[in-house]
Design a protein around this ligand. Structure first.
Ligand code: NDP
Length: 335
């Protein structure tokens, strides 16, 4: 049988476990040539999945009610109609929240576990690591001596942003949820300073951590944290807008209508660059990223942290925890 988590209903505000339904179906059959049957081994859980639960226009279509929740997986090829993928090969796939999936061979990428273990390909060497690289290097363009600030700093995107910026000679400042994560940011991921976004005086803490202002703010959070960052941005600061995790479950109504106007004032007066991006926009730089990151990961020069939860049955609870910051590092389900 194939266990799969389907979207049962669309959440309003914070999602709950009742929004998902566990269903047993037959293992799918191999289709025409060029397709393979995959047995998912690891499932990546990511903040973007919250947006895909909404029926709203976005950069990717919503998950339909009754459809399997989407997600990247590391999977083993168990049957193949394609000469490029022998049974037993481990691949990066979009296998979704389920045990088995049929995929087109052209959408798969074999992974090399001599470089790193399988979860790394959903983390530092996967989409989060590449997201950090693309947003930081192609939009943030930090220079030695500049100050780079990033939120969700102990997650896979934020922790990679911090480490890449540090290697370029920047001062790196983490924004994270709680004292334990701030400690982790400094001691495990090597940030120069860390502030807790729940600190009632976040503005003062951030100003102290950034005595020379902020040159690159890698935006992962949005909301109140962004309000706190904007006054500290230096002239010509760059803001790669990568994610807005604090806003994914809200309904889009903000009380103060003048805030956008005030932000635009800063954009003009400080000549700020704000640029939204989706990692796939930078696909042409993926090989460049892997060439840089794979040897560093293999030699242990990039710190990683994966939060591996056992069992597909635990996927919804783990996902709800991610949206509340209960993960510690990259959240992965081991199937
Ligand atoms: P994480 O594993 O870091 O998980 C999300 C983290 O967000 C939580 O652990 C929590 O960290 C933080 N968070 C949740 N709610 C809030 C809140 N209300 N206020 C502040 N922080 C909050 O995620 P990723 O590293 O996978 O992703 C980071 C960001 O990058 C997300 O916004 C994601 O959507 C985005 N992204 C964008 C991509 C793109 O192509 N543009 C691709 C991949 C990711 P803490 O406990 O520290 O608060």
């Amino acid at each position: 049988m194939n266990r799969q988590w389907q979207l049962a209903r669309r959440p309003v505000g914070d999602p709950s476990s009742g929004d998902f339904r566990l269903v047993e179906t037959a293992v799918p059959e191999l289709a025409a040539s060029g397709s393979v049957l995959l047995h998912n081994r690891y499932l990546s859980l990511d903040p973007y999945m919250r947006w895909r639960m909404n029926d709203a226009k976005s950069y990717a279509p919503p998950v339909a009610i009754g459809d399997v929740m989407v997600g990247a997986t590391i999977a083993e090829v168990v049957q193949s109609n394609d000469s490029g993928f022998e049974p037993g090969t481990l691949v990066l796939a979009g296998g979704g929240w389920q045990d088995y999936a049929v995929a087109k061979a052209a959408t798969l990428r074999a992974i090399d576990t001599s470089v790193a273990d399988a979860p790394a390909f959903l983390s530092v060497l996967g989409s989060p690591g590449f997201t950090a690289y693309a947003g930081l290097m192609k939009i943030g363009m930090p220079k030695a001596g500049e100050t780079v600030v990033v939120g969700a700093a102990t997650g896979p995107v934020g922790s990679m942003v911090g480490q890449l910026a540090k290697r370029l000679g920047c001062r790196t400042v983490a924004i994270a949820g709680g004292g334990e994560k701030c400690k982790l940011a400094i001691e495990h991921f090597g940030f120069d300073a860390a502030v807790d976004h729940r600190d009632p005086d976040l503005a003062a803490a951030l100003a102290t951590a950034c005595p020379n202002g902020i040159d690159v703010y890698f935006e992962n959070i949005g909301g109140r944290v962004l309000d706190t960052v904007v006054p500290l941005l230096n002239d010509f600061a760059r803001v790669p807008v990568c994610g807005l995790v604090s806003q994914y479950s809200d309904e889009g109504s903000y009380p103060d209508e003048t805030r956008l106007a005030l932000l635009m004032r800063d954009v003009l007066v400080k000549r700020l660059t704000l640029r939204g991006f989706i990692v796939t926009d930078f696909a042409q730089y993926r090989d460049e990223f892997i060439e840089l990151a794979a040897p560093l990961v293999a030699k242990g020069e990039i710190a990683r942290l994966e939060d591996v939860v056992d069992g597909l049955e635990n996927a919804p609870d783990a996902f709800l925890g991610l949206l509340k910051g209960r993960n510690r590092g990259k959240l992965v389900i081991k199937l």
